[in-house]
Design a protein around this ligand. Structure first.
Ligand SMILES: *Cc1c(COP(=O)(O)O)cnc(C)c1O
Ligand SMILES: [Zn+2]
Length: 403
């Protein structure tokens, strides 16, 4: 037998109803996501900067605030925080550039995206709960990450994806031995497919926010920022937002930190960056709404942002307003251009999703929303190497020299 679970309860993010974490749980009966609660007073006694110094360099170092299952781990988390001086200098205010601009490079995670963070915790828990097969819809990187962690756990996986998902995502799932189902549609159609088949097929549904533990893995991005800035948080965080797990997760981490007395009521201002071809959160934000409408005809090369009807819309919008944040959209052309700029200035070949934050930062700096003295973190959520089709189109025009 393993140790008793350190998650005390699962609590509905909307109505507050409580659920038992010792059994398999998905959404609340009200249809909203559940959040894991811990004994934070106990956690804070041992979770200190000093103690962290000697812990393994994976996200499992924050053990007190993660489910204490035997980890199914591939070395995820503790990604570098690059001080982006040249990129910062390129964003000028008169004479002054942004001197404290940082890039958290999540492309360095196993399977090349931060989806690994959510999957290590979700799959570890699912295995302990006796799951027989894992299934999830994906717009791209989540599929590869689930397939890899399922393989590492010795469990079969079923990945349901749109037929036009980037090739690298299809190939990695096949290589990891997952069953791949391709549909003519969007991730919302794939989600429907999983929901309709899971009971009959005996699948454990690992869809974004439909089980409570992917958030737990992703919230560690917030803990890492705190640790990497020496026990402080940045002023502004720019995050490419699809399903919103990272945004919701980091805000959950900040709430936990406040409860542990590490920080006060102040928060980094969260910026949700979306693609103009799929921007349900930006639309709702600009219309001052508390929930988002389904975004029809969603299309963008940033496959991770192609989430037309995110389940966490209300949570995201609440967090943007609570942190005095903002939401804005950028075009595919802008992303691809910014990707080249980021790569050539800083040596980081980002996913188009990550590159989107560069455009957003430049716009917010130009408008004065971001001040030159502020500490700003851009999240590159994935590696550029998995987006061959998109770069091929964008870089062909850039040409090259024959030797
Ligand atoms: C999934 C994904 C996103 C969106 O992540 P959420 O936390 O679900 O909003 C952004 N970028 C990349 C590269 C992704 O794979
Ligand atoms: Zn509820």
């Amino acid at each position: 037998m393993t140790k008793p679970l350190n998650v005390i309860e699962l609590e509905c993010s909307a109505c507050g109803k409580k659920y038992d974490p010792a059994t398999e749980q998905h959404l609340c009966t009200c249809g909203k996501p559940l959040l894991a609660r811990y004994d934070l007073m106990g956690a804070k006694a041992t979770l200190t900067l000093e103690n962290l110094k000697t812990r393994p360099r994976t996200l499992w170092r924050y053990a007190e605030v993660l489910p204490n299952d035997p980890p199914v781990s591939l070395g995820e988390g503790m990604t570098v925080l690059v001080h982006a001086l040249r990129l910062g200098a390129s964003m000028r205010f008169g004479q002054r550039g942004m001197e404290r601009m940082f890039i958290k490079d999540e492309g360095l995670n196993p399977t090349g995206s931060f989806k690994a963070r959510g999957m290590t915790t979700a799959v570890s828990r699912a295995k302990q709960l006796g799951a027989k097969a894992l299934a999830a819809p994906t717009a791209g990187n989540a599929g590869g990450a689930l397939a890899a962690y399922a393989a590492a756990a010795g469990l079969p996986a079923v990945i349901v994806m749109p037929a036009d998902t980037p090739w690298a995502n299809v190939m990695e799932c096949q290589a990891f031995g997952a069953k791949v189902v391709k549909l003519n549609g969007l991730i919302s159609d794939c989600a429907k497919y999983v929901a309709e088949h899971k009971d009959r097929e005996g699948w454990y549904d690992v869809s974004t926010l439909k089980e409570p533990y992917r958030i737990e893995g992703k919230k560690t991005m917030g803990y890492e920022l705190w640790e990497q800035f020496g026990g402080k948080l940045p002023d502004v965080i720019l995050y490419p937002t699809g399903g919103g797990v990272g945004l919701i997760g980091m805000c959950k981490a900040f709430d936990e930190m406040q409860e542990m007395g590490w920080i006060g009521e102040e928060r980094p201002r969260m910026v949700a960056v979306q693609a103009e071809g799929c921007a349900p959160i930006v639309k709702a934000w600009e219309a001052h709404q508390s929930s988002a409408q389904f975004f029809s005809n969603a299309a963008t090369v940033a496959s991770g942002l192609r989430v037309p009807g995110p389940l966490g819309d209300q949570l995201m919008l609440r967090m943007l307003s609570q942190t005095k944040g903002i939401a804005l959209a950028v075009t595919d052309d802008e992303m691809l251009q910014a990707g080249r700029e980021l790569a050539s200035l800083e040596g980081i070949f980002a996913a188009p999703e990550g590159a989107a934050t560069v455009i957003a930062a430049r716009k917010l700096a130009a408008s004065g929303w971001i001040k030159p003295e502020e500490t700003v973190v851009l999240f590159n959520t994935g590696t550029g190497y998995k987006y061959a089709e998109a770069w091929q189109r964008a870089l062909q025009s850039a040409g090259g020299e024959e030797a």
